[in-house]
Write a protein that binds this ligand. Structure first.
Ligand code: GDP
Length: 536
């Protein structure tokens, strides 16, 4: 890696210039602060605090629901498009609450790389790990940002070790902290051989940058850094150069190696370098798998898939907006696209591109971009749209619920209304719905308890339905199938009391507990039990 390797693509290579990524982090690691700083550096926002308001609200349970209802706020920040030095970035927000969220997981199917933010004092936390595992399933390349180095932190070598051993990623530091916590003086940029020092006048201003022609032997280093800290830094850098492998862009892009940035989002350390690193190393739009072939971003025809649907973005309309990740072709406003699952043609006359503060009509878009398509519930999560070709993108999963609840209505006369509401909300991915083969009640499946609150609030506010949720006798569910349809038929017949159908009529086995699930799995060895299911 050297500074001269930096290339700034610009408008003559719109596909090569696109970087579509998400930030994965455990709550509180600093995702919101980093997002805000990336947008500031990218020139997309001018007011610090715009993203933060949301970050702070989100922490309280009740505020989270208010936010859910105030779609204007949460949505304008769920995809953000901005430019930096000739690259076009699409930053996708992964909802940060503590629950395992399907929405988050699906969002990760729409990115080409991810930034993993760690709190320097805490290292890898539970949510970081879960989100990382999803990235690994798709070999999404990871860039690591160790945040909050201006506070008391773990030893940087220990952090590298932790990432290396718990996530099996080879770490290559790009910069290195000079002291941490009270001793924090700034960072040494290993690529540019620069010192970035905490400003003397105002600690919140941009770091002071000093370019060292002779690296750390440059006499200016000794002028700027106390002798003991400089000696420690020289020792650290020698150790890194001896012990860390050289950065290998291919290995990073295949998901084996991670460049590590130490920084402080709050104090603007490492953010500029991170953005530059994303531009230079992170992959442009990747080829995407379909049931027929790999779709290359350079393919002529427009293709894309819906990874998220959101209702009530505009309170005055009952419209839904489907978020389409473009995978190939040059999209232009007014184009007709085919919904492959139904064969229906949709004229995309008012597609939206998302900027940090507002949404605006997109006249054109390229692979890697996310466009919002307003529609009346026609488009669903997992849908493929193409200019004409019949193919379907794969790998956009549903997850087996971890919580099952029976829905009870205050007013039984509203059963039909409930069915429609649940189907609508299931379509958005707010919940999953199951219809038991025996009995009349619906069962909703959720992947985290917060989702239940959101579901109840939306049923009440948007559909005027007062529903209660009772513990179902089941704890978990698995989609079932078998090589031989007879085996599946026998299984379903002999377990009718614990079989339900999902929204698309696929059979689901509901287990009272994990012990029962593993017992049944062993007993019925010709049946396949799936914890995830892809939409077709
Ligand atoms: P999120 O939950 O991951 O979005 O985290 P936030 O960005 O909301 O940050 C959580 C808390 O950590 C807030 O109080 C931030 O001000 C603070 N914080 C974020 N980044 C830094 C940093 O680099 N240094 C310090 N000292 N605090 C930070």
């Amino acid at each position: 890696m050297s500074e001269s390797a930096v290339s700034y693509p610009g408008a003559n290579d719109p596909i090569g210039a696109r970087r579509t990524f998400a930030i994965i982090a455990h709550p509180d690691a600093g995702k919101t602060t980093l997002t805000e700083k990336l947008l500031l550096f990218g020139g997309a926002i001018h007011l610090a605090g715009a993203v933060k308001a949301r970050g702070e609200n989100r922490r309280a349970r009740s505020d989270f629901m208010k936010i859910e209802q105030q779609r204007g706020i949460s949505v304008s920040t769920s995809v953000m498009n901005f430019e930096f030095k000739g690259w076009t970035f699409n930053l996708l927000d992964t909802p940060g609450h503590e629950d395992f969220s399907e929405d988050t997981y699906r969002t990760l199917t729409a990115v080409d790389s991810a930034v993993m933010v760690l709190d320097a004092a805490k290292g890898i936390e539970t949510q970081t790990r879960k989100l990382f595992e999803v990235c690994r399933l798709r070999d999404v390349p990871i860039t690591t940002f160790v945040n909050k180095i201006d506070r008391e932190s773990q030893d940087p070598f220990a952090l590298l070790d932790e990432v290396g051993s718990t996530l099996a990623l080879e770490c290559v530091p790009v910069n290195w902290p000079i002291g941490m916590g009270y001793e924090f003086k700034g960072c040494y940029d290993l690529i540019g051989k620069r010192l970035l020092l905490v400003g003397k006048e105002n600690k919140n201003l941009e770091p002071e940058v000093i370019i060292l022609d002779k690296g750390l032997d440059d006499p200016r280093a000794a002028e700027m850094i106390p002798a003991a800290q400089l000696a420690k830094l020289q020792e650290d850098i020698a150790l890194i150069e001896g012990a860390c492998p050289p950065f290998d862009i291919e290995s990073y892009r295949q998901g084996h190696m991670t460049p590590v940035y130490f920084g402080s989002a709050l104090k603007n350390f490492g953010v500029d370098e991170l953005l530059k690193g994303l531009g230079e190393f992170a992959p442009p739009p990747r080829p995407q798998p379909t049931d027929k072939r790999m779709v290359q971003p350079t393919d002529k025809g427009v293709t894309g898939f819906v990874f998220k649907v959101q209702a009530n973005m505009d309170k005055n309309h009952r419209d839904r907006v489907a978020f389409l990740r473009l995978c190939s072709g040059h999209f232009k406003r007014g184009m007709k696209l085919k919904q492959v699952s139904t064969g229906k043609s949709i004229t995309v006359s008012n597609p939206t591109l998302f900027f940090a503060q507002d949404r605006s009509l997109a006249d054109e878009a390229w692979p890697g971009d996310i466009i919002g398509i307003p529609n009346h519930g026609v488009l669903r999560v997992g849908d493929t749209l193409t200019e004409s070709e019949d193919l379907r993108f794969t790998g956009i999963p549903n997850f087996a619920p971890e919580i099952l609840r029976r829905v009870r209505l205050g007013d039984p006369m509203k059963a039909k209304h409930l069915q429609r509401a649940l189907e609508d909300l299931a379509e958005e991915g707010v919940t999953q719905v199951f219809r038991p083969r025996i009995g009349a009640d619906w069962i909703v499946g959720l992947v985290g308890p917060l989702q239940l609150d959101v579901l109840a609030a939306r049923l009440s506010e948007e559909y005027s339905l007062q529903a209660g949720f009772e513990t179902a006798p089941f704890e978990t569910a698995r989609w079932v199938d078998a090589e031989n349809p007879r085996d599946l038929h026998d299984f379903v017949e002999q377990n009718r009391g614990t079989i339900a159908d999902d929204r698309e009529g696929n059979p689901v086995f509901m287990a009272r507990n994990t012990w029962e699930l593993s017992y049944i799995e062993k007993k019925w060895d010709k049946i396949r039990f799936h914890a995830t299911r892809e939409r077709h």
